[in-house]
Design a protein around this ligand. Structure first.
Ligand code: DQA
Length: 151
């Protein structure tokens, strides 16, 4: 069974209490359950992680690149949080690790502040998902499978 890695960046551990008007009332544990259910539906194993640290996220992207090269992993669904808008290092990590990434945002970042309109992840992502709330994670998992393993 192939794996999809779900990576969550800074402040996503606060889901449920963080700006519920923007991000909803569901917690990161609820999001993990949504992902696990979608994995079961599609016959995929789900590896779900969160970190507030840029370097940790980079190390996990590198690990995903090795797992993809070994044929064990399809790719990554990545909500990089605010690092989306700041991190050339994450851009370079995705490029360097040669890993298929779906960029994900719970909110529609393009309908928000101007500083959220630019993404360093989008130019190196296979697809982008934004504005579907936490159900976007399930849609992104299905979308990644369609892109890299359509059979
Ligand atoms: C976010 C949007 C980002 O702009 C923000 O910094 C986040 C969450 C989202 O899921 O909508 O932390 O990635």
């Amino acid at each position: 069974m192939k794996t999809i890695l779900i990576l969550n960046g800074p402040n996503l551990n606060l889901l449920g209490t963080r700006e519920p008007g923007v991000y909803g009332a569901q917690t990161l544990d609820d999001v993990e359950k949504i992902c696990l259910d979608e994995g079961t539906k599609l016959g995929l194993s789900i590896d779900f992680r969160q970190s507030n640290h840029e370097g940790q996220l980079i190390d996990w992207i590198h690990e995903a690149g090795r797992e993809c090269a070994a044929g064990n992993m399809l790719g990554v669904v990545f909500n990089a949080g605010a690092y989306t808008h700041t991190s050339i290092a994450l851009h370079d990590a995705i490029k360097g690790a040669n890993v298929p990434v779906i960029e994900l945002h719970i909110s529609n970042v393009h309908a928000r502040e101007a500083f959220r309109h630019h993404s360093w992840i989008s130019p190196v992502a296979r697809g982008v998902m934004a504005g579907f709330g936490v159900q976007g994670y399930a849609l992104a998992i299905a979308g990644l499978k369609l892109l890299v393993d359509p059979a």
